[in-house]
Design a protein around this ligand. Sequence first.
Ligand code: ADP
Ligand code: MG
Ligand code: ZN
Length: 476
Amino acid sequence: MSYEIVIGLEVHLQLNTKSKVFCGCSTDFGSAPNSQACPVCLGFPGSLPVLNRKALELGAKVAIALNCRIAEKIRFDRKNYFYPDLPKDYQISQFNQPLAQAGALNIICGETEKNIRIRRVHLEEDTGKLFHQKDSSLIDFNRSGIPLLEIVSEPDMNSPEEAYLYLTALKSILEYIDVSDCNMEEGSLRCDANISLRKKGDTALGTKTEIKNMNSFKGVKAALEYEARRQADLLENGGRINQETRLYNAEKGVTEPMRSKEEAHDYRYFPEPDLAPFDFEESFLNAIEKDMPELPEPKKNRFVKDYQLSNYDAAIMASDKGVADYFEKCADLCDNPKTAANWLMGDISAYMKDNNISIKDLSLKPAQLSGMLKMIDSGIITGKVAKTLLIEIIQTGKDPEKLVKEKGLEQISDINLLEAAINQVIAENQKSAEDFRSGKDNAVMFLVGKVMQKTKGRANPNKVNEMLREKLKGVK
Ligand code: ADP
Ligand code: MG
Ligand code: ZN
């Protein structure tokens, strides 16, 4: 394609405060409709907003984690528009002077890192939620006034894949600092994707469309892939892009026009008179900085340095805080960080996927995993046995050492026992033995597999390999 894709993302994040951003109503999810709505939520005349300190604190935490410059003064503005989910007819938001600006985060695309700039981070309130029925619509105001943080990137991404990586990296940071559930399916994280094309080499931005209504990161990627193709086809055929908002239709896998794009002046922004501007106290920000945990990127770098993991493995180990803590405990207990990482990325990750659980629900303790890894390292059990042992440890909760003794799973290195199994296997698989003798080196692997089967995975595979070769060559 002779076009370059340009993407900028707007992410709305529900901050997990106990009460709403401008009133004391609860933010609990799933309560009876309209049971958490007061005159402020409902926009009654004369009701007054009061800023929730915790919401401001969580917003500032995000801004610091994203390396933003934080505003000296906090101000709010009214964004005016009419919609049934917004009875005040305006949303309290921030316009000219957002909470924070000019941040950045790194994404890893294959072997290279790319810096994606964050344009702004601002605080605003959520709206009510509409439920459209056949002949009527219902509205629940429990959601109105839940604190939202809008995180707007610069148009620095050049493929749907990069947009996906940005969202993944952002979510990882947000989860580390524990500011939101970050659940796209449940709507606590929402993403609008802006995309345009331009001729390769051009510096001016092309006309963009904004896509809404995706409910997973994969959905964002798929919607952007569709939209990039749609725009390219249009441009190839001499058409022009209409600046508009489009909805992603996940069932059909297409984007459909929703409305022509509104401009900032349509909203008649003006300063919110009910919330006086104020300065951040230095101690407020200092306390947040002091409490900031180690973030995914520095953690990844430390894993490379301290545990000699590859960049790739370290990034996976550091991307989720639960996994990172788990990995670090194992690595310290078993002196073999690389193996611990391999098991976490391999069998354990597969187990969690199969059972639809996350690491915090995993009953396998780091000490049990490291106990098992130590037994592999010291040759007490084979890697093959460990695979089934792992599941048994999880299911029974027993210590690996105990289980190995109970079930007699120790590795067999006894020459006589191995020789007996090998003789049997050769007798039963004459064809493969012949193949090996006539030069097919691979045939030996098949025979090793058979010996492993016969010994229920307990035979020392290296020894078996060695003995089989000698035997087949007639050395012994
Ligand atoms: P709007 O006022 O339409 O919301 P903004 O300029 O505020 O537009 O940008 C919103 C988002 O769209 C930002 O993430 C920005 O990076 C992105 N963006 C702006 N212009 C383009 C463009 N031409 N192509 C792709 N993304 C863009
Ligand atoms: Mg926008
Ligand atoms: Zn309220």
